[in-house]
Design a protein around this ligand. Structure first.
Ligand SMILES: [Fe+2]
Ligand SMILES: [Fe+2]
Length: 280
């Protein structure tokens, strides 16, 4: 092994540990806005389960009818449908905040870049899974219909209450983490034999910079699940903030400025706390 490769793997170690340690989690609904968001996600989840022939019991459940046993093909169908929907909110939210910033001649405080980054990340999930299957006309029609309904509905909802929408996405991402966790369990328990030796698509290897020896389907699912957990935290946090005035704490610009201020405080003693509180 080349020294550079071993260095890269040792640096990747902590990241790998984080990816492996992702857990399912649920944020309790605390007010009526949270309940609206959670109720909407549960309704959507029911629809998605119905469309993709999915039940949340483990694949080993003996009472489960054959039609609900998840195969590799059914998982991919579910992933594609899930990701085609998941790619919408970040783009809609980013676009609406962009337009508002222009319209009102005011700053956005760093939210847009994170929202567009999320949309890009979800599209990469979709494109990765599309390397593994050729969707038929039924699937294409379903995605088309879902996109039309979800894009329209989410756009209107975001104009009315962006806070509820971020909470909604937070709950949606909780479900995504649960879904990928279950797929990983199915794979580990030998119910998805076609994926045991399958290598991740080249596009995925490049996008996540998957290290050699960790480019299998299981690793891919772990990477995607880690992304979903990140979207979960980001959107629940954005849902807690004042949508008009709070800076985005996930913005790279915000983080580097906070870092600089922290260092400056160490050197100079005192700074105006508001000086790092605003983003472009
Ligand atoms: Fe995703
Ligand atoms: Fe996501």
């Amino acid at each position: 092994m080349q020294p550079t490769q071993s260095l890269l793997i040792s640096l990747l170690g902590p990241i790998q540990q984080q990816i492996l340690s992702i857990q399912t989690a649920h944020r309790k609904a605390r007010n009526w806005q949270d309940k609206v968001a959670l109720g909407s996600v549960r309704m959507l989840r029911w629809g998605m389960d119905f469309v993709t022939g999915y039940r949340s019991e483990p694949a080993t459940a003996t009472s489960m009818p054959q039609r609900y046993i998840m195969t590799e093909e059914k998982w991919i169908t579910r992933f594609i449908f899930l990701e085609s929907v998941a790619g919408v909110p970040g783009m809609v939210a980013g676009m609406l905040r962009h337009l508002k910033s222009i319209r009102r001649f005011q700053r956005d405080y760093g939210w847009i870049e994170t929202l567009l980054e999320e949309a890009y990340n979800e599209r990469m999930h979709l494109l990765t899974f599309l390397n593994l299957v050729e969707p038929g006309p039924g699937m294409r029609l379903m995605v088309l219909g879902a996109q039309w309904v979800f894009f329209s509905g989410f756009s209107i909802a975001y104009l009315i209450s962006p806070q509820i929408c971020h909470r909604f996405v937070g709950y949606l991402e909780e479900e995504a983490v649960i879904t990928y966790t279950k797929a990983i369990k199915d794979l580990d328990s030998g119910h998805l034999p076609q994926w045991e030796k399958l290598e991740a698509p080249k596009m995925a290897i490049k996008y996540w910079q998957m290290p050699e020896g960790q480019r299998c389907m299981r690793s891919l699912l772990l990477y995607v699940r880690a992304d979903e957990a990140n979207h979960r935290e980001v959107n629940h946090t954005l849902g807690n903030l004042n949508q008009e005035t709070d800076p985005n704490p996930f913005s790279a610009n915000f983080k580097s400025r906070v870092q600089k201020v922290t260092e400056s405080v160490g050197v100079m003693g005192q700074l105006d706390p508001q000086s790092c509180n605003r983003e472009v």
